[in-house]
Design a protein around this ligand. Structure first.
Ligand code: GDP
Length: 364
């Protein structure tokens, strides 16, 4: 599955947000109760209304959403890259994630201490990014030192690594994150293998006060600006509200949202923003037994998409029967779609599209 690390300075609302994410009704969807892998790791259902509509049409007994993992990565402070506090463990935890959700304090509250004594989310974003850049520089230097011997032999892989590490280092030394290095398609895989912290996509989570959760505030507006300039994403959320919502039953939560002038929980937006940031898409399998959502990367071909369900589906892939989501809804189900000529047979080269209802045929 895909994993987002929640980072941020102390007292910005990380734990509040993480608790809300993992307590919410969606996270505890009956078939996959929220499982605490570790106290700070939570598996969350990806909200998707389409799945419910498909299940209603097919009278599916079970509805199984696709899931995303969130990891609460505490302990980032100034100097983390120097190994102060929980620094090193913290950095190792981030390395294992696919993307970073960076919580920024955008709320004023005299009772909650800010580590630097002022509310300034742009400066906070900078503090964390600087730590991550320093950590990257340190690991690059170590890795380049380790490569020296291999480079004396004519090791092509080592040469490629060395070249990419040197480019990343130059970027970082100019004060910019490694994600700004332009990487060719041939280098892409090796580049990702370097697992540099500042190559991970970032989603800024602006934690605003309860009253500002619909529109945001001046602080979140400034974060939106830097996010756009950096090519990163941002969402506005009130961790406090989300925590309250997560404790309510579904109908109560709905009423509460209406009172607050919100269309949906901020967490839904957060999860979806993470999904978009990672360039993920969903396809469905739908039948009387279950309606289920599956996650793939955008651009995944049918056999690899089938492989998300089971490795055998990929190995023995013959073809896929596919109905686009809209066609499935318009035709009121599989039978109708078939009759309307909307069920397609697709081969190995088919790139699965977001919303596709798939049925895989395979050899065992
Ligand atoms: P962490 O250190 O980043 O995990 O921060 P916590 O989630 O523990 O929050 C630190 C303190 O800030 C707690 O007392 C929270 O109740 C409070 N807090 C979190 N979010 C908000 C918010 O949106 N508004 C206000 N006023 N307080 C918040």
């Amino acid at each position: 599955g895909f994993k987002m690390g929640i980072v941020g300075l102390p007292n910005v609302g990380k734990s509040t947000l993480f608790n809300a994410l993992t307590k919410t009704a969606a996270a505890q969807a009956a078939n996959f109760p929220f499982c605490t892998i570790e106290p700070n790791v939570g598996d969350v259902a990806v909200p998707d209304d389409r799945l419910d509509r498909l299940a209603a049409i097919a009278s599916s007994k079970q509805i199984i959403p696709t899931r995303m993992t969130f990891v609460d990565i505490a302990g980032l402070v100034k100097g983390a890259s120097q190994g102060e506090g929980l620094g090193n463990q913290f950095l190792a935890n981030i390395r294992e994630t696919d993307a970073i959700a960076h919580v920024l304090r955008c709320f004023e509250d005299g009772d909650v201490t800010h580590v630097d004594g002022r509310v300034d989310p742009v400066a906070d974003a900078d503090t964390i990014e600087t730590e991550l850049m320093l950590a990257d520089l340190e690991s690059i230097e170590k890795r380049r030192a380790n490569l020296v011997r291999k480079l004396k032999g004519n090791d092509k892989e080592a040469q490629q690594q060395e070249r990419l590490l040197a480019e990343a280092q130059a970027m970082l030394e100019s004060g910019k994150p490694a994600r700004l290095v332009e990487v060719t398609a041939e280098d892409d895989k090796a580049w990702k293998m370097l697992q540099l912290l500042t190559t991970k996509p970032v989603l800024y989570v602006c934690n605003v006060s309860e009253e500002e959760s619909a529109e945001g505030n001046e602080y979140s507006a400034r974060v939106a600006e830097i996010a756009a300039a950096q090519g990163n994403a941002h969402v506005i959320i009130s961790a406090k509200i989300e925590e309250e919502i997560s404790l309510l039953e579904e109908d109560e939560a709905q009423m509460f949202l209406e009172e607050m002038g919100l269309e949906e929980p901020g967490l839904d937006r957060l999860i979806r923003a993470g999904y978009d940031l990672l360039k993920l898409e969903t396809y469905f399998t739908v039948g009387p037994k279950e309606a289920r959502a599956w996650t793939i990367r955008t651009g995944t071909a049918a056999p690899q998409a089938a492989g998300v369900i089971h490795g055998d589906f990929e190995k023995g892939f013959i073809r896929a029967e596919t109905i686009a989501y809209d066609d499935y809804i318009t035709a009121n189900g599989e039978q109708g779609a078939k009759e309307a000529g909307k069920m397609r047979a697709e081969g190995k080269g088919y790139i699965v599209k977001d919303g596709d209802v798939m049925h895989f045929l395979f050899n065992t």
